[in-house]
Design a protein around this ligand. Structure first.
Ligand code: NAD
Ligand code: UGA
Length: 434
């Protein structure tokens, strides 16, 4: 099949490369000429394990192409995916659909013959209807079906998630489009990935409900962690104790500094706004948004407390800046709010991250960025483990203690064992292990 992927970001590039790997002919279109130029030169603009090999292999076998020009590939395509960004709209938290609508209009101008247009971007319920309306207004004669096919991949494990999904959700309103979508995902039917066909609006809502539920699970365990700290209980044991109940499940119960990333924060906010608009408020999700926002600054207060009540004039080393390991994505990373609060309290900050420094520099230009974790802690008054990259899981505690000016270790991901760190002479503060 011939597929056009509009948007070559985290989702478009991964999906495009994987569809090409299934044997489809894929053209990724992006309005960012720098990105397209890099991709055509064989460079990958993001850090995502396994992606480089996928892109290289499929380019070489002439199944994967990159361009800024949408016209030709859309005219030839059987299926056009929209995978552009849907960030929070400034001021009101709703999803900004301007990129989706712009793409829909442009697609309409160039489609030729029957074409299935698929929204892969995360969009509020009802957006498929709007996309269809926009396209038919732009060109009343077009023969298109508009489908919703939300994406559930996680950054850092994106290729694996795309190729071995827990489920594929296809929101479709007609039989013709359903058959085409079956063909697009046929290579995955062989792997017996469950495919759920629903109406378009249902598919759109499944995506938000899914992200909001996961964000709720994280927020729930984070509040339990606070309670554990007050009561002397251990949140990791609580998580295991509840998670072994199959109805609850052990995943997404790691207490930490609050969820971040390109999706949970914006998608929970957008769901809250959609629910208000339809006069069916999601009060649980409203609380999740508020609790998580508050948590990030409370993590900074934890650091201040660990430093004896003040960080004014002190140097704090932050290890791990991205919102999670194995990505270079800094969008809404808890490290940003923590850094802002510590800076406001008078601290000087140093930072290290295995892959995120290029993006981090753009959002936190004042941090002093270091080449290694050990350089980062040298002479510092405290080290804060913010993101649990593998590189920080087995730090040499003897060396760390020698390098720090004051041996304070704040472990916001509960990577270390208290007894061991304290045995090395540190003041150790973790999350919810009272
Ligand atoms: P991104 O910002 O990394 O990529 C979007 C790309 O679209 C950019 O490269 C941009 O230049 C391009 N673009 C914008 N308008 C365009 C247009 N009219 N024509 C061509 N290209 C255009 O975004 P992302 O992280 O890939 O997310 C895309 C969508 O997928 C969002 O709705 C997001 O919520 C959803 N999603 C993301 C993830 C994830 O892990 N990042 C997972 C599941 C779903
Ligand atoms: C998330 C979902 O997991 C994907 O299914 C979804 O497709 C994607 O959002 C999206 O819609 O974009 P992602 O944001 O890449 O994926 O990362 P997650 O692994 O879900 O982590 C999100 C945040 O929650 C991170 O800040 C992480 O540190 C935090 N988290 C996660 C916890 O604090 N505790 C946990 O137990 C799990």
């Amino acid at each position: 099949m011939r597929i056009t992927m509009i948007g070559a970001g985290y989702v478009g590039l991964v999906s495009g490369a994987c569809f090409a790997d299934f044997g489809h002919i894929v053209t990724c279109v992006d309005t960012d000429p720098g990105k397209v130029e890099r991709l055509n030169a064989g460079a990958i603009p993001i850090f995502e394990p396994g992606l480089e090999e996928h892109v290289a292999r499929n380019r070489e076998e002439e199944r994967l192409f990159f361009t800024t020009e949408l016209a030709d590939s859309v005219a030839e395509a059987d299926v056009v995916f929209i995978a552009v960004g849907t960030p929070s709209r400034r001021g009101d938290g709703r999803a900004d659909l301007s990129y989706v609508y712009a793409a829909a209009e442009e697609i309409a101008r160039h489609v030729s013959g029957y074409t299935v247009v698929v929204t892969k971007s995360t969009v509020p319920v009802g957006t498929g209807d709007a996309v269809e309306r926009i396209m038919r207004e732009a060109r009343p004669d077009i023969d298109v079906s508009v489908v919703s096919n939300p994406e559930f991949l996680r950054e850092g494990a994106a290729i694996e998630d795309f190729k071995r999904p827990d489920r594929i959700v296809i929101g479709v309103e007609d039989e013709r489009a359903r058959e085409v979508m079956g063909e697009v995902y046929r290579p995955l039917f062989v792997n017996q990935a469950p495919v759920i066909y629903t109406g378009r609006r249902t598919a759109e809502l499944i995506k938000y409900a899914s992200n909001a539920f996961l964000a709720t699970k994280i927020t729930f365990i984070n509040e339990m962690a606070d309670l554990c700290e007050r009561t002397g209980a251990n949140v990791q044991e609580v998580a295991r104790g509840i998670g072994l109940d199959n109805r609850i499940g052990t995943k997404f119960l790691h207490a930490g500094p609050g969820f971040g990333g390109s999706c949970f924060p914006k998608d929970t906010r957008a769901l809250v706004e959609t629910a208000r608009e339809y006069d069916a408020p999601c009060r649980i999700v409203e609380s999740v948004v508020a609790v998580n926002e508050d948590r990030k600054t409370r993590m900074a207060q934890k650091v201040v407390k660990a430093c004896g009540g003040s960080v004014a004039g002190k140097t704090i080393a932050l290890l791990g800046l991205t919102f999670k390991p194995n990505t270079d994505d800094m969008r809404e990373s808890p490290s940003i709010a923590i850094a802002e609060a510590l800076t406001a309290a008078g601290a000087t900050l140093r930072g290290h991250d295995p892959e995120g420094v290029e993006q981090a520099r753009r959002v936190m230009p004042d941090l002093d960025y270091c080449e290694t974790a050990y350089q980062c802690v040298e002479g510092a008054d405290a080290v804060v483990l913010v993101t649990e990259w593998d590189a920080y899981r087995a730090l040499d505690l003897v060396r760390l203690k020698e390098l720090l000016r004051v041996p304070v270790f704040v472990d916001l991901r509960n990577v270390y064992r208290r007894a061991e760190v304290e045995r090395h002479g540190f003041t150790y503060v973790d999350v919810g292990r009272g």
